[in-house]
Design a protein around this ligand. Sequence first.
Ligand SMILES: [Zn+2]
Ligand SMILES: [Zn+2]
Length: 270
Amino acid sequence: MKRTADILIRGNSSLFNKICSQFEGRLDQLKLEPSGLQIVIDEEKREYQELMLMINREGIKYSITETREYTKKELKEAKFFHVGVFYPWEQDALKNAEFYGTKYVQDHHCEHCGKVQTSELKLDVKKIGKHHLIHIRPELIITEYAKEVIESSQLSGYEILPASDYKTRYDQKVYHLVIKSILPPFDNHVRCDPYEHYPASDCDICSLRGFPRSEFVYREEEVEKFQDFNLTFEYLNAYQNRLLIISTEVKEIFHNHKIKLLRPEPVRFI
Ligand SMILES: [Zn+2]
Ligand SMILES: [Zn+2]
């Protein structure tokens, strides 16, 4: 695996000049952007350590994202993958399942783990378009085609429930894919940027961790708890959802049947 860091340094021009003169020609990319000094660097390189040391020592303000590239061998040997799911409401995130009339009750104070669905899932079915698997906060929806694909394979960790269009237009049959397997908490090697305006420990049952900045890592001895379909224990990313982790078998079946999964990345066991 190759890790490349994309670092944005904030500060004034004298700081930028200092970094530029110290690292000139030794980084993969060094560019002055309106938002700060942008640096791209292979994490294996000595300069990465040197830069991070300087950042920490001098208390320089920065943000970092990491790109990870896997070899063919690593991809072939992976047993589980974290995957993204197409989200048609990206520009309209307030339109969640509840907005379309799905009923929930609050079984305890937590707005994440304390929410229990009490009606059939309702949504605007037209939003699915040509996709076979989509996400509507906080649920997953599949088409009849995807339901047949899943049910004709021996897969574990899920349940399929009916779902319907909120205007009962019945132009397409859809189902609610309920993931029953919730994984144990991930290992603390997983790096997360915590939510800025949200206390990390607002609930003693679930875990609101923020934005994952590394691959998902679990303990080797926990691999037997993984099923074909799983959700992370943690609630993550901008929409504070549990994220999907699937077996290689699901990934291959979906690939062979053209059911699209986004940005698959191997889960690491240590
Ligand atoms: Zn709670
Ligand atoms: Zn909770």
